[in-house]
Design a protein around this ligand. Structure first.
Ligand code: SF4
Length: 156
């Protein structure tokens, strides 16, 4: 199995602590993170992805379909490709092992890939998670299993 993610969600997965837009959204995100932690690969897709799916079912006009979110994907893909020497394009298969996640997290913490976050309501939370060395994040990898989060779900 492969997890399908749009480009800017390659950043969001780094800071995921169990918070999100709805119970279904966080439950689904938890399952995706568990799959990644178990070693599944990532496929870069265009538009709504596996993380978006609950919102597509819950909301008549989910933000996942908006042009500004597609621009966020483009900015994320450009920054990740530049700073990680990684071609992040639609159809690209990635293997998010410890080395790649560490590189992505370093670039994010240094602000190199944060152009994609402009205008996002979660910015302060994601900055705090990065500033705290991602210790609260639920994303680990197959060699470094997820840490239990002390942050209750759905509390922002
Ligand atoms: S600020 Fe928004 S776009 Fe950036 S990583 Fe956090 S949730 Fe994702």
């Amino acid at each position: 199995m492969t997890v399908r993610l749009r480009a800017h969600h390659l950043l969001c997965m780094l800071t995921y602590v169990g918070r999100g837009y709805s119970p279904a959204f966080t439950a689904n995100f938890d399952r995706i993170v568990s799959r990644l932690n178990a070693g599944e690969s990532l496929l870069v897709v265009e538009g709504p992805d596996d993380i978006c799916r609950p919102l597509l079912n819950e909301q008549p006009q989910p933000h996942c379909l908006e042009a500004r979110v597609k621009k966020r994907d483009a900015r994320a893909a450009t920054a990740l490709s530049r700073w990680l020497d990684l071609s992040v394009e639609t159809g690209r298969l990635l293997h998010p092992d410890r080395k790649l996640i560490t590189r992505m997290r370093s670039a994010f913490a240094e602000g190199k890939t944060r152009q994609a976050c402009l205008g996002c309501e979660w910015q302060s939370l994601c900055t705090r998670i990065a500033d705290n060395a991602y210790t609260e994040s639920r994303l680990g990898d197959a060699e470094d299993p997820p840490r239990p989060s002390s942050v209750p779900a759905r509390v922002r």
